[in-house]
Design a protein around this ligand. Structure first.
Ligand SMILES: [Zn+2]
Length: 189
């Protein structure tokens, strides 16, 4: 094998590895999303939440991701909120209108984002998050230090709010304290 043949094989091997990686990453994310929105069962196999079926197949999902990354599996794109450059390894998908607020599962409601923006946005709508970003990034209002502090506080407030809401509005049936059989109710059975 001469030198040029060697580099041809090495390039081909690298492309095949990148393709296999693309297939593995997209499959894992697609199935994670399907599971997150799909029906939920408790430990006894009873339906707890009917859930929704993804309105696109894994193949459609891969085509859509490729389109976002300049038509290539190894292409790049940018975070819709902060314009940070991203690729298949670093991008995350965000629902512009959160599913909890009636947002659709369709591609039309999907935004490519970086993980920090996705975490900060939480259950906010995209427009509200962009307004907040504009406000917090205004150098006349906030210094760099204030900004970090503000974002940190907002994130912890958001986590707390989500935790409280999930406790009061959506009690998790699996979290109900197991019924303890005391000698008294043993006799009632
Ligand atoms: Zn971002």
């Amino acid at each position: 094998m001469n030198n040029s043949q060697g580099s041809l094989y090495r390039n081909r091997a690298r492309l095949l590895t990148a393709h296999a990686e693309f297939l593995a990453i997209t499959a894992a994310r697609y199935h994670a999303l399907a599971q997150r929105v799909g029906p939920r069962f408790n430990r006894r196999g009873q339906l707890v939440r009917p859930g929704q079926k993804l309105p696109f197949t894994l193949d459609n999902y891969r085509i859509w991701i490729r389109e976002q990354c300049l038509g290539s599996e190894q292409g790049t794109t940018r975070c819709e909120y902060c314009y940070w450059p991203l690729d298949i390894h670093t991008l995350v998908l965000d629902h512009r209108t959160p599913l909890s607020q009636g947002g659709s599962l369709d591609f039309g409601n999907l935004a490519v984002a970086c993980k920090p923006c996705n975490d900060q946005k939480g259950q906010m709508r995209a427009e509200a998050f962009m307004h907040l970003r504009k406000l917090v990034n205004n150098p006349q209002l906030f210094s760099e230090l204030d900004r970090t502090d503000c974002l940190g506080r907002l994130q912890s407030a958001l986590k707390l709010a989500i935790k409280q809401r999930s406790c009061f509005e959506h009690p998790n049936p699996e979290r109900v304290i197991p019924h303890v059989r005391t000698p008294k109710n043993l006799h009632n059975d």
